[in-house]
Design a protein. Structure first.
Length: 159
C-alpha cells in the first residue's frame, strides 16, 4: 500500500555516512520534526539522479529553507558508503541529509518499490518527492518517467 497525504512517515532504521563510518538513524527522528522535503531516487550515480535530481536540490537548497523547510533529505536503496561518495561527488555538504536505505525497508514501508531488475538494479525506490510536516505527509508526487513532479522546482511551487 502506497503512503498517502495525511499518513505518518514510517519510522525505519536507515544509515547516514559520518566521518567515523555508517551511523544508524531512524526516519521517524530525521523526518519527523519540522517541515521536511524528502526526495527519493532510484540510485546514486545514475544519470537522471546525478545530472538533474540531486543537483537541483543542492543548487536550490537555500530557496527551500527560505520557504520554511527545516530539513532536506535524499533517500535511495544504496548503502551508506555509496551515498557518502555520491554526496562528496555532488558537493552536497550539509545542505541535504543523505539517507541510505540499503535493505529497502523504508522504501517498502512507503509502498514505493520499483522493480529495476530489467536494468540490473534489483528492487529500488520509485522517484518521488514528499513534503512532510511534523512527521505527516502533506504532499507526495511520484514520477513515472524522468524528473518532473519530483524536481526541486516543482517542490518549490508546492511550498
Amino acid at each position: 500500500m502506497t503512503i498517502n497525504v495525511g499518513d505518518r512517515i514510517p519510522a525505519v532504521d536507515v544509515f547516514v555516512m559520518k566521518e567515523s563510518g555508517p551511523e544508524k538513524v531512524n526516519t521517524g527522528d530525521v523526518l519527523g520534526t519540522g517541515k521536511v522535503v524528502l526526495f527519493a531516487v532510484p540510485g546514486a550515480f545514475t544519470p537522471g539522479c546525478s545530472k538533474v535530481h540531486l543537483p537541483g536540490f543542492v543548487e536550490q537548497a537555500s530557496a527551500l529553507t527560505d520557504k520554511g523547510v527545516d530539513t532536506i533529505a535524499c533517500i535511495a536503496v544504496n548503502d551508506a558508503f555509496v551515498m557518502g561518495a555520491w554526496a562528496d561527488d555532488q558537493n552536497v555538504g550539509d545542505k541535504i541529509v543523505m539517507l541510505a536505505d540499503g535493505n529497502g525497508a523504508f522504501t517498502e514501508a512507503m509502498g514505493l518499490v520499483m522493480d529495476g531488475s530489467g536494468f540490473g538494479l534489483g528492487s529500488r525506490s520509485k522517484r518521488y518527492a514528499a513534503i512532510i510536516d511534523n512527521g505527516v505527509v502533506t504532499n507526495i508526487d511520484v514520477d513515472d518517467s524522468g524528473v518532473v513532479v519530483s524536481a526541486c522546482s516543482a517542490v518549490l511551487d508546492r511550498l
